[in-house]
Design a protein around this ligand. Structure first.
Ligand code: ADP
Length: 405
């Protein structure tokens, strides 16, 4: 990467930022949190790896961005890359024009918590940096290569044609980065059939054939699929009518329960944090042990289901806070998949140093790798590609077209 790109990820009360340049070690990053409250602050890492903590009482998104950008201005970022969760049917990263901003606004009903926050951030950086190219990189874009039999629900057709009700998938930048990096490590860059398991607070799986997503576990929203920190993943959709009829719950209460009170937290009645659950299970907590077992079983089931999208399985990549750090979860999940020929090397699995990439199979069957994700790096790279394409002179029709490497 020859330039530095500022990556911005605006949430409803927080902003994650990273200044991504050529060397990963030089990255400057941080988080502005509690925005709009007296406790608003910025925490991060500055040049040279030093810790930063800055109080910005009552700062809103714009004020926080102003402070972040003031601190980073002397690094002269050449572009800004915005993480945008839902791009509707947009298939790739796009320069932020009034038309693209409108498309992001139109996708708001599909990501009501995320897209409005992204739009606030985009608005602020547009005003603060009118001369810098600003690019939107969508979580959903990578999955736009899914075939219709993978993205359609078995629901009345008009819900798809008139209201865009379909499966979109999320964590696209992570699945794209990890499958690309992983297949490169495996010596078959972007070739073959791979499964990815992104396991963090939000978790999802993906099937990738020759570098393209062919199916994924999340759907219309990031609630579908595997068990997550506080999200239920797949449940019988009739749970809504059951709870409404029997407990008198309204739709908002049910939605909140499924998104914020379920998953590992709901099952264990203790925590959404996998480390806490592993410790508690070790000390004999049966609910924590069950939460871990359901997590691993459902994850294995999802990987097995997604394998139907692949002509063959070359291997599996684990990533995300849990996937990168927990040998136990990797081992338990693979124990449910012996019929796929996965053959984990317990020694390699246990020996893998945290935060490092490495191969953990025993040399037979599909390969198994741990690949730390780099969503910021991927967003920066996609931002650079869009900017480079903008700067490339347009080829006149009369000139012979040369291939651009
Ligand atoms: P996010 O989805 O918010 O980016 P992360 O990818 O950082 O989250 O993942 C957070 C999860 O990773 C938490 O459940 C945390 O407990 C888990 N985790 C981190 N380190 C370990 C570890 N050593 N063993 C098990 N789980 C871990």
């Amino acid at each position: 990467m020859s330039t530095s790109v500022l990556v911005i990820n605006c949430g409803s009360s927080s902003i994650k930022y990273a200044l991504v340049s050529e060397r990963r070690e030089d990255r400057i990053f941080g988080l502005a949190e509690n925005l709009g409250s007296p406790e608003a602050r910025i925490k991060g890492i500055t040049t040279g790896g030093e810790a930063l903590e800055l109080s910005i009482p009552n700062a809103d998104h714009e004020k926080a961005l102003e402070t972040i950008l003031e601190r980073l201005a002397h690094h002269n970022p050449q572009a800004i890359g915005h993480r945008v969760v839902h791009g509707g049917t947009l298939t790739k990263a796009e320069l932020l024009t009034p038309e693209i901003i409108e498309r992001i606004r139109e996708a708001t009903p599909l990501a009501p918590l995320h897209n409005p926050a992204h739009l606030v951030g985009i608005d602020a950086t547009m005003r603060l940096f009118p001369h810098l190219p600003q690019i939107a990189v969508f979580d959903t874009a990578f999955h736009q290569t899914m075939p219709s039999h993978a993205y359609r629900y078995a629901l009345p057709k008009f819900l798809y044609t008139m209201h865009n009700v379909r499966r979109y998938g999320f964590h696209g930048t992570s699945h794209a980065y990890v499958s690309e990096r992983g297949s490169q490590l495996a010596g078959s860059f972007k070739q073959g059939g791979w499964l990815t398991a992104h396991l963090g607070n939000g978790s999802s799986t993906c099937a990738i054939w020759n570098g393209q997503s062919v199916d994924t576990s999340m759907g219309l929203t990031p609630l579908e699929g595997v068990v997550m920190g506080t999200r239920s993943g797949d449940v019988d959709p009739s749970i809504h009518s059951f709870l409404a009829s029997n407990l008198g719950w309204d739709i908002y209460k049910i939605d909140k329960m499924l998104n914020s009170q379920s998953g590992l937290l709901g099952l264990s009645d203790l925590s959404n944090d996998m480390r806490t659950l592993i410790e508690a299970a070790d000390e004999g907590n049966e609910d924590a042990a069950l939460a871990i077992e359901v997590f691993c079983y459902r994850l294995a089931k999802s990987l097995a289901a997604l394998s139907c999208g692949l002509p063959r399985i070359d291997g599996l990549f684990f990533t995300g806070g849990i996937g990168e750090n927990s040998a136990l979860i990797r081992e338990k999940t693979l124990a449910y998949l012996p019929h796929f020929g996965f053959n984990l090397s317990k020694e390699n699995n246990n020996a893998l140093k945290r935060g490092t990439e490495g191969r953990i199979d025993a040399g037979t069957g599909p390969q198994i790798w741990v690949v730390p994700t780099d969503e910021e790096g991927r967003i920066a790279k996609e931002t650079e590609h869009v900017v480079a394409a903008l700067e490339r002179p347009t080829i006149k029709k009369s000139e012979p077209e040369t291939e651009v490497a």
